[in-house]
Design a binder for this molecule. Structure first.
Ligand SMILES: Nc1ncnc2c1ncn2[C@@H]1O[C@H](COP(=O)(O)OP(=O)(O)OP(=O)(O)O)[C@@H](O)[C@H]1O
Ligand SMILES: C[C@@](O)(CCOP(=O)(O)O)CC(=O)O
Length: 558
């Protein structure tokens, strides 16, 4: 019997499907799809500097400001001779920075070589070092080491975890090239200049009128030097950690190493841990230092109480990378004992996080950390005493906030009523709002939290003076004192390392709008950012189309 060509084709397909191992499904289905992941920015409320050393804890709140990484194949089809290639192409686009970089990536050692860059003419003026390398145009300042390490380590993680058959499929996927687009929510950056240039008032409404993913303002002058301003005018929400985490998560999903599309269960936690290990390792290598890691941790897991991982995990990678193939190093690091701690933490109910951007262009954290470490070495006894006091104040703030959450759970009606009364008054009038024993307990806990932040601020200022750096500069002290005297403001402080980044406030009830107006009259721009406990996640659509459609649906038809 002669089979028709159609029947033969269907039969072959059937046989192929029968022999098909379901393990390969994620990989193959990924061949046709793009993958989009997002990770949040953070605010370190307590634990700045101390969190660098175990067992000190830091309270980190993640935010609704997110970085997005969109990954897709660069070419629709595999070229017939591509099986023989040992390099593939990578394109990295950052629309907000007007940058596009093309790399060749070695499929053996995962080394990236930049082959071309395009940037806006504006940035040429900001570069201090440019040179020609053969036919390649290379600029030191416009490299993106965070994304480069994220790509190398995510690819190495896939090779390290896959068997030979999966490696073959991965190789084909890689040979289609990788196209990466990076987008950061407006809240990561300062748009003060654009708002002023448009003649708009310095209000959250003006910020909201900017299109999503607006172009970023570059700080003028030399960037990244000692005590200098960072390259871009940022608000301090941890752009590099959110960006690295989003790229790692999108790539690991794209390759089929993890599946982050289900949101619960032990498997999901394991997948998050893999993303954390790769993102944390890539972030440390890109920064050239081992920070505490709270920013990557919150980008992965969302809001929590954090205790750092033992730095030896990363220092062993730094040593091994010199003599071991990357794939083996990553296999080792995945097996290491990562001992970071994360405990559930969120703000008590009816409390809101607010950030105010004072317009000073942000601070460079690494140089501030360096100064504090130098001071610790030069005055070990005094610095130890100071850290002990700071640690106690941090613990008290955490305990008072946890107590408020407990009181809210157990006495909701009283809690709600106290919070709304306090939201309309300055703290000196809060005691008068308590009419019964339980309300008094709630108000006392509010004061406990206020006293703790005042202590934290005092010790942080003293530490800054001792180390010779502006942890809570005078201009920020004046702003924070004014803020804490406003009705309904529970806490205010400089997050993380402090300096000239945006300040934070925790307000109760609806008092946030009032605070935003007062900030505006002091030339401080209230950001639109809010606390959002969600960590890294997979997105179903390009955030640019998402935000446009949600913008359209929110326009009311009269
Ligand atoms: N939209 C973007 N696309 C590509 N790269 C970006 C984008 N936004 C920021 N970056 C890059 O991310 C890096 C941010 O790192 P930097 O060390 O300045 O900040 P950080 O320490 O993470 O900031 P933060 O103070 O927010 O915690 C810079 O190299 C910057 O060029
Ligand atoms: C000073 C430090 O403790 C916090 C830095 O925080 P931020 O990047 O300024 O939010 C450093 C670190 O934890 O890595």
């Amino acid at each position: 019997m002669v089979r028709s060509p159609l029947k033969t084709a269907i039969g072959d397909l059937f046989l192929h499907l029968q022999s098909f191992n379901s393990d390969y499904l994620p990989l193959l289905s990924n061949c046709c799809l793009s993958r989009i992941a997002s990770a949040p920015g953070k605010v370190l409320v307590t634990g700045g500097y101390l969190v660098l050393e175990r067992p000190n804890a830091g309270i980190v709140l993640s935010t609704n400001a997110r970085f997005y990484a969109i990954i897709k194949p660069l070419y629709d089809e595999l070229k017939p001779d591509s099986w023989a290639w040992s390099w593939t192409d990578l394109k990295l686009t950052s629309p907000q920075m007007d940058r596009e970089t093309i790399y060749k990536m070695s499929l053996k050692h995962f080394i990236l070589q930049c082959t071309s860059r395009q940037v806006s003419s504006f940035q040429y003026r900001n570069w201090s070092m440019m040179y020609f390398f053969g036919a390649l145009f290379v600029s030191v300042e416009t490299r993106n080491p965070f994304v480069e390490y994220a790509v190398q380590y995510a690819v190495a993680a896939a090779y390290a975890t896959f068997d030979d058959a999966k490696k073959d499929v991965l190789q084909k996927l890689l040979l289609q090239g990788i196209d990466i687009t990076i987008l950061g929510s407006n809240d990561f950056y300062s748009y003060r200049n654009q708002i002023e240039a448009r003649g708009l008032p310095l209000t959250p409404e003006s910020l909201a009128s900017l299109p999503p993913f607006t172009s970023i303002t570059f700080n003028s002058g030399q960037s990244n030097g000692e005590n200098s301003k960072p390259e871009v005018a940022k608000t301090g929400l941890g752009s590099s950690a959110a960006m690295t985490t989003a790229v790692v998560a999108a790539l690991l999903n794209y390759f089929g190493v993890v599946d982050l599309s289900s949101y619960s269960g032990a498997q999901h936690q394991e997948n998050l841990d893999v993303v954390h290990i790769i993102a944390q390792t890539a972030h440390c290598m890109a920064q050239g230092k081992i920070g505490s890691g709270f920013d990557v941790s919150s980008a992965v897991y969302g809001s929590h109480r954090y205790v750092r991982f033992s730095p030896e995990v990363i220092s062993s990678v730094q040593d091994a990378i010199r003599f071991m193939p990357l794939e083996e190093v990553i296999a080792e690091v995945l097996k290491c004992k990562w001992d970071h701690e994360r405990t559930k933490f969120s703000l008590p109910p009816l409390m809101n996080l607010l950030l105010g951007e004072p317009g000073t262009g942000g601070s460079s954290t690494p140089s501030m950390v360096g100064a504090v470490k130098k001071w610790q070495k030069s005055d070990p006894q005094k610095s130890l005493d100071m850290w002990k006091k700071l640690s106690e104040a941090n613990t008290t703030l955490e305990a008072q906030l946890n107590l408020l959450s407990k009181l809210a759970e157990e006495h909701w009606e009283s809690y709600k009523s106290v919070i709304y009364s306090c939201s309309m008054h300055q703290s000196e009038k809060w005691m008068e709002q308590a009419s019964e024993a339980i309300s008094l307990e709630i108000v006392k806990a509010l004061f406990g939290a206020r006293d703790a932040i005042l202590n934290i601020r005092c010790h942080m200022r003293q530490m800054g003076q001792a180390a010779g750096i502006p942890i809570e500069p005078e201009s920020q002290t004046r702003l924070l004192d004014t803020t804490m005297n406003m009705p309904g403001v529970l806490l205010a402080g400089v997050p993380g390392a402090g300096g000239f980044d945006a300040v934070f406030a925790v307000t109760v009830g609806d008092s946030g709008n009032n605070l935003a107006k007062v900030w505006s009259s002091h030339n401080v721009l209230a950001l639109l950012v809010k606390e959002d406990p969600r960590g890294v996640s997979i997105e179903n659509a390009d955030p640019r189309t998402n935000q446009i459609t949600s913008g359209i649906s929110s326009v009311r038809i009269a």
